[in-house]
Design a protein around this ligand. Sequence first.
Ligand code: F6R
Length: 367
Amino acid sequence: EKGGYEHFMLKEIFEQPKSVHDTMRGRLLVDEGVIKMAGIWDHIERFKNANRIIIIACGTSWHAGLIGEYLIEEYARIPVEVEYASEFRYRNPIITDKDVVIAISQSGETADTMAALKLAKEKGAFIYGICNVVDSSIARITDAGSYTHAGPEIGVASTKAFTAQLTILTLIAFKLGKHNGNLGNADFMSLIAELDAIPKRIEDVLSSTHELVQNIAKDFVGATNFLYLGRGYNYPAALEGALKLKEISYIHAEGYPAAEMKHGPIALIDENMPIVIIAPKKGHYDKIVSNVQEIKARKGKIIAVVNRGDTQVSAMADYVIEIPETSECFSPIVASVPLQLLAYYIAVYRGANVDQPRNLAKSVTVE
Ligand code: F6R
């Protein structure tokens, strides 16, 4: 049932062109210029009148939530907060019936997320779910929602569920923005056309980077630490890249907003520190160039994820992974794919149990 792949994780990484497509199926109607999401549409007044949206999740789903914040604030101009479920529930948060809560959970069974939702519900918030597992506990207590339809995710490290969550959040942001007038028709039309082509972009990245990333991984089997850096939409993508590596390879890794480097982590950089830097053309590129210069000056080993045809960052990097250029909001989806592969191959070469890493469970039903 691994479809010829050595592990479920690799199979699921390679399924992403299809899973992202499945997430959009019946929802993104490019020719008609429409995003159809009954869960949003049936409650559009709740979203329209929301004081703010609070996104609640754990782990990888929380990383998707951070990108959701960038998307919804940019395109729909609704204030968004992103909370770890475990922190939210224990800190006596301020919630009112004017709040909309979006819960993100692959399994739909995460205990902390569930408890946070119950609390928000008691206080009258409207609860919207983004779950992968149909009829899961979280899906059942929400007022409305959208399933990600990524198909069963067996590997403990979340991959295709993450990109499916990003796809749903993108659809929501565009739909709300179009409806409330913050996203003009021309921009909406060109963004949805680009979104429609994302499965092809993922396919392209899988075939053009697979071998290369495998080779890069060989050079880092003995690494003890990694830093992942990104800015804007790719800051959460850096967090997610680091989480993937640490959970399956057991190498310590940290994700940081690139500009925060100078406030501490730069002290760690020497010739033994591998640094993955996500630096697509659109999205603070010039700022990233100067971050890379600072790393280079301290002899860090730079693995750069850049757009095809990139010159400035590539010239300084030790390893260059090229991805196709997209609007900034789509770059975390495309950039995450080679980072999943990098974590996967480093873990495989270290002989780790990729699909079932030590100490981790697929659904965390304990608090
Ligand atoms: C990371 C991972 C975990 C989960 C987290 C939340 O690869 O799988 O960090 O993302 O436990 O799980 P769900 O999304 O099922 O609520």
